[in-house]
Design a protein around this ligand. Structure first.
Ligand SMILES: *Cc1c(COP(=O)(O)O)cnc(C)c1O
Length: 423
């Protein structure tokens, strides 16, 4: 990370007003292993290990020789993988005596996970929820409020960052980049408050690797090993969670795999972004991060996979992309919803709109196996269930969803405004 004012690397002490201290240590850590604290393990044990399933019905429906496995993170109390990081993040802040936590949420998955964790540890939470999701997903908001969170539609009039956006565009539907600006501002302007982020950062990716580590053991029990590992990519944390342990083994000279990140065609940071230093937020309050970015001022169109509406990507996932350790593909939303419905009909689980991207990626690879007559083993992460996303499915079933064209002009404009940093 680079300080935008000085152009010098960010040091851990600079992040102290923002993040819990242990989390900053993890962010900069070069340790190979970091133990999950006992207290965190006990909470995670309520739903972990999460199940690894063989998608036999989907294989049959596709008539593919491929073996398809999926790891189901939707069994966590908040319905997605986000809880894996919310629990340790709040735990470390609690140890430090923090009383309030501010955060952003896109589709509401991270907000619910964080609100649940804050409730557990007796910390007050303020959640800035991207406005389009705030309106599309009232049940997610209700869930956060059950856990005691205060939820603001972002952009809101409670921060300078939010008011500045509303002044220019009162109808603005918001973005993750904007909600991050608001949460960061709420953190630094309130005492005894820290900020928590649901994706992108190294420490979040680290917490999520529990997914892939469990997969390695579970695949061993099934006497299998994946040739292909797939995850959807918003900020990159669930993809990192399932893929990094496998990529790690590959870097150690063990089994080779293909890791594939799947993103929305309307917000394609890995497939169409630039690998450059950029701000993590819209109001330019964060350090500069080297990542695959569409430009921090880019506001993605309001498609239904709210958790994937982020202009950037985890620095480590971007690094893997740059090093050729992974591939990326993108799909328009009609194709991902079709994959989600096909999966639900075969396997009986309704996936989150974000997760349907991973499913679309897995189906594409399985059909390729059929064409080539090869039997590969495909593993994908089913990052969450879609029980709070029924309006999206209602709209899809009614034929009301449309594909958004790749927002070429807006992205070109946002990329033209990238900060001028070498590296
Ligand atoms: C938030 C979310 C995502 C996207 O975030 P990543 O950090 O890229 O994992 C994907 N799936 C679900 C269900 C989510 O809630």
């Amino acid at each position: 990370m680079i300080h935008p004012g000085t152009g010098q690397p960010v040091t851990p002490d600079m992040l102290d007003p923002l993040f819990g201290r242990e989390l900053i240590k993890q962010e900069f850590s070069t340790e190979r292993w970091i133990e999950i604290p006992e207290e965190v393990r006990q909470i995670l044990a309520q739903w972990r290990c999460t199940p690894l399933y063989r998608a036999r019905q989907l294989e049959k429906a596709l008539d593919t020789p491929a073996k398809i496995f999926y790891k189901y993170e939707g069994v966590s109390p908040s319905g997605s993988h986000k809880t894996n990081s919310a629990i340790p993040q709040v735990y470390y802040n609690k140890l430090q005596g923090i009383k309030y936590i501010a955060t952003e949420t896109g589709a509401g998955q991270w907000g619910s996970a964080l609100a649940m964790a804050c409730n557990h540890f007796g910390i007050e939470s303020r959640v800035y929820m991207v406005k389009v999701s705030y309106n599309q997903k009232p049940y997610r908001r209700a869930l956060m409020e059950i856990f005691g969170a205060t939820v603001f539609p972002s952009p809101s009039d409670t921060t300078n960052a939010g008011r500045a956006v509303l002044e220019k565009d009162p109808e603005c539907t918001g973005s993750l980049g904007m909600a991050i600006s608001e949460a960061v501002e709420a953190t630094v302007t309130h005492p005894n408050t820290r900020y928590c982020l649901g994706s992108v950062m190294n420490h979040v990716c680290l917490h999520q690797t529990v997914i892939g580590l469990e997969c390695i053991t579970q695949m061993e029990l099934a006497d299998a090993y994946p040739d292909i590992v797939i995850g959807c990519c918003g900020g990159g944390s669930n993809f990192a969670g399932i893929a990094f342990p496998f990529i790690g083994r590959m870097l150690q000279g063990k089994e080779k795999i293909r890791a594939i990140g799947v993103e929305p065609a309307a917000c394609p940071s890995l497939t169409k972004g630039k690998y450059a230093y950029d701000f993590g937020d819209t109001a330019h309050m964060t350090p500069l991060i080297k990542m695959c970015t569409l430009g921090s001022t880019f506001v993605p169109p309001g498609f239904h996979a709210g958790g994937l509406r982020y202009h950037g990507m985890s620095a480590m996932v971007s690094h893997c992309m740059n090093q050729g350790l992974m591939e990326a593909v993108s799909f328009p939303q009609l194709e991902t919803f079709a994959a989600g419905v096909q999966f639900a009909r075969a396997e009986g689980i309704v996936p989150a709109p974000e997760s349907t991207h991973a499913i679309a990626g897995a189906i594409k690879e399985a059909l390729k196996c059929k064409e080539e007559g090869t039997s590969k083993t495909i593993l994908f992460n089913l990052s969450g269930h879609g029980h709070f996303d029924m309006q999206a499915y209602i709209d899809y079933n009614a034929g009301k969803l449309k594909n958004y064209a790749y927002p070429e002009n807006e992205i070109a404009m946002a990329l033209a405004g990238l900060p001028n940093v070498k590296g």
